[in-house]
Design a protein around this ligand. Structure first.
Ligand code: IVH
Length: 693
């Protein structure tokens, strides 16, 4: 056979094509017909040759149906992989005493005296995600995430995008071996990725770990391919033969096979040596190119590891010695109140920039009002800040013995963005802006909700377009959506002339807005995005009040009776009632509502009345109904909607409180359960008769 290095591109292409064809045929015979056409050796040799060719001629790999699934279309979801050897987690040690106790326990378990030699390998604990890499005949065949330790997700296609992944083990390898390691992102790659994310208008990741996880768990490997992921190998899963007698020897083999092994790892002869390593790493931590959150100590002798085994879900032969959270002391210059999408007011500390474990920190969260009081921090205080795992740093408290700021901090009771009242319901820690529809901080998010599928359902108004219309100043409040066409008519630069819009799609958008200017009351209530008012509650409100006018009148009276009436409705408690009344108590919300209704009316639309439920009118009003099996005259969602419209409550499972179980074809355990509990069972026909056809 011609060595791959001597192949011309033409020869390579021909041979590659033949190999692919052959392997596909063999695969089919092997898996499909269960009748292998060739011996494993022949098959493996072909696979190896294919891999060699694809390494030397990457342009062939890119088009290969067999090799790297890179470039493949997104999968439906990840396949599940049962781990043949469970993927364990590690026990934690926080202080040197815990480590000494670990050493003592190992010795006790093995019957080793305090003077017997017991060596460890100490390795930096990388803050990433663990992965299981399966090799058969030296070839990489599958990658799986840890999952719950027993079963993970198949991320083979994604791992193939990593430059650090050996596709083949160099040199001699066991017939089967699973290598475990950590997929991570370096600090520099993380910062660069976040810069790109922000530029593209995507949400930045909180820390390198999240970025690595988000990148690895992509259904489309092309996305993973664009993310800078790295890999360190450090452990073993299933193996057809033991690859080494010591962990240190195993690490050497890993390196020889072509894996990256953390070069800082060290073989230590005693607890004193591992602790020395721990302290050394703690001081170098800030300048390492990746995040580490501690040191892992592993008993070096593999036979001893085997004897030690595991307890619950961690090995007895290893422990993670965690680093303390990184802290620093700096000046609290001012407290800014940020307003989140739901109107939550969050205090953010602005600090004199300080280096906390290698990261310059200028802002830190103070969580909420109570936390400021609990920590007693004042503007002008010298405070301790800490980074614990996550990138968002926290203010721990006032640094003892430092000069204090002049006065206690008072949390404002108005929204810093829109000036509306900010209220804090009893028993809650979060204060919220009541500006709702008009507060800029919340407005965009609310607009997105307004046009979303279960609300106004306006086609062609996705997140991106809302963002665009907001930025261009077209849309500020709900009414503006229905005025869009009119406003556009008077604009110098028309929407259709902007990139990505065009005449056709603009016309289509206007059309769907016009079509949606008429809406049922229940959807309308839901669309307003009032806190705690989800679809189910909106439905109940709609059916209870019937028309927009009646609902508004009750809400705007703000009276005790209005509140009492609200709480008489199923599933509406005092907290929800209060959110509703608070919303209507704000002038700007009422004004925005008026404007919305007017704009809808200008397009010939309006809010349609909901069918009011008269509890006494239908035979099933107030009854709890379960549907099970396949219905023939209507779909399950349709049956549910119909039953609800008649005042029934449709529930998912059968209990003693169930009034009727409606049984379609192929009904399973629910029918049996109904029988057992003596609940009335109705056929579809009986049900139809009951509800009137
Ligand atoms: S050994 C049975 N070594 O830490 C031992 N784990 O808390 C399996 N980790 O899930 C783990 N660096 O994701 C080991 N050098 C290292 C590690 C390491 C990071 C992670 C790994 C594991 C978790 C356990």
């Amino acid at each position: 056979m011609i060595p791959v290095a001597s192949l011309t591109p033409f020869e390579a292409r021909i041979e590659h094509g033949e190999l692919v064809e052959r392997i596909i045929r063999w695969d089919r015979a092997y898996h499909g017909a269960d009748a292998p056409e060739v011996t494993d050796d022949v098959y493996d040799a072909a696979r190896r040759r294919l891999a060699e060719i694809e390494t030397a001629f990457p342009e062939l790999a890119a088009k290969s149906p067999l090799a790297a699934k890179v470039g493949a279309a997104p999968a439906e979801g990840f396949g599940k992989v049962a781990h043949r050897v469970p993927m364990l987690s590690l026990d934690n040690a926080f202080a040197p005493e815990d480590v000494a106790e670990f050493d003592a326990k190992v010795r006790r378990f093995l019957g080793l005296g305090p003077d017997a030699v017991l060596a460890f390998v100490a390795e930096p604990k990388i803050d990433g995600l663990s992965i299981n890499l399966r090799y058969e005949g030296g070839e990489f065949v599958q990658a799986a995430t840890r999952g719950d330790g027993a079963e993970g997700e198949d991320v083979t296609a994604n791992l193939l995008t990593l430059a650090d992944l050996p596709r083949r083990l160099a040199g001699e390898a066991p017939a089967v071996i699973e290598i475990r390691g950590e997929v991570y992102m370096t600090k520099a790659d993380f910062l660069a990725l976040n810069a790109r994310q922000e530029e593209a208008g995507d949400k930045p990741f909180a820390n390198p770990r999240n970025a690595a996880a988000g990148s690895l768990r992509q259904l489309d490997p092309r996305v993973t391919a664009g993310r800078p992921l790295s890999l360190f190998a450090y452990a073993m899963g299933e193996a057809s033969e033991p690859p080494a007698a010591s962990h240190w020897g195993f690490l050497e083999r890993l390196a020889a096979w072509g894996f990256k092994v953390n070069p800082l790892s060290r073989r230590c002869a005693s607890v004193d040596e591992v602790l020395e390593f721990h302290d050394e790493m703690a001081s170098r931590r800030a300048v390492l190119p990746y995040d580490i959150d501690g040191i892992v100590y592993k008993v070096d002798d593999i036979e001893l590891q085997r004897r030690l085994g595991m307890v619950s879900r961690s090995p007895r032969w290893a422990i993670a010695h965690k680093f303390p959270a990184e802290q620093a002391v700096t000046l609290l210059e001012r407290i800014e109140i940020q307003v989140g999408r739901t109107g939550a007011l969050t205090p953010v500390a602005h600090l004199t920039p300080v280096n906390v474990g290698g990261v310059v920190v200028a802002r830190a969260t103070l969580h909420n009002e109570d936390e400021i009081t609990r920590k007693g921090v004042r503007v002008g205080d010298t405070v301790i800040v800490q980074r614990a795992g996550d990138v968002i740093p926290q203010v721990v408290g006032v640094a003892p013995g430092t000069p204090r700021g002049p006065e206690d901090y008072t949390f404002r009771d108005t929204c810093p963005v829109c000036g509306a009242h900010a209220v804090r319901p009893e028993g809650e820690v979060i204060r919220r802006c009541t500006g709702g529809l008009t507060c800029e901080a919340q407005a965009k998010e609310r607009l997105r909700h307004l046009v979303s599928r279960n609300a106004f359902d306006i086609e062609g108004l996705g997140d991106k377009n809302i963002e665009f219309l907001w930025d261009k100043g077209y849309v500020r409040q709900p009414a503006d959506i229905f005025r869009l066409e009119e406003v556009d008519r008077d604009r110098l630069q028309k929407l259709e002339n902007f990139d990505g819009w065009g005449r056709r799609s603009t016309a289509k958008l206007f059309e769907s807005i016009r079509a949606r200017a008429t809406i049922g009351l229940e959807r309308f209530i839901y669309a307003l995005g009032i806190r705690q008012i989800g679809e189910a509650t909106a439905k109940r409100l709609g059916r209870h009040y019937g028309t927009l006018e009646q609902w508004r009148e009750a809400m705007q009276s703000g009276s005790d009776e209005a509140s009492a009436e609200l709480t008489s409705i199923e599933d509406i408690g005092p907290a929800v009632a209060k959110d509703l009344l608070d919303f209507f108590a704000e002038d700007h919300n009422r004004a925005a509502l008026d404007a919305l209704v007017a704009a809808m009316a200008a397009l010939g639309g309006g809010v349609e009345a909901a069918k009011r439920i008269d509890a006494s009118a239908s035979a099933i009003a107030g009854k709890a109904v379960v549907f099970t099996g396949t219905l023939t005259t209507m779909t399950r969602p349709e049956a549910k909607a119909r039953a609800e419209a008649l005042g029934a409550k449709v529930v998912g499972s059968v209990s003693k409180k169930t009034d009727y179980v409606v049984v379609g074809a192929d009904a399973g355990s629910k029918a049996a359960e109904a029988e057992r509990l003596g609940v009335a069972i109705l056929s579809e026909q009986e049900w139809l008769a009951l509800v009137g056809g």
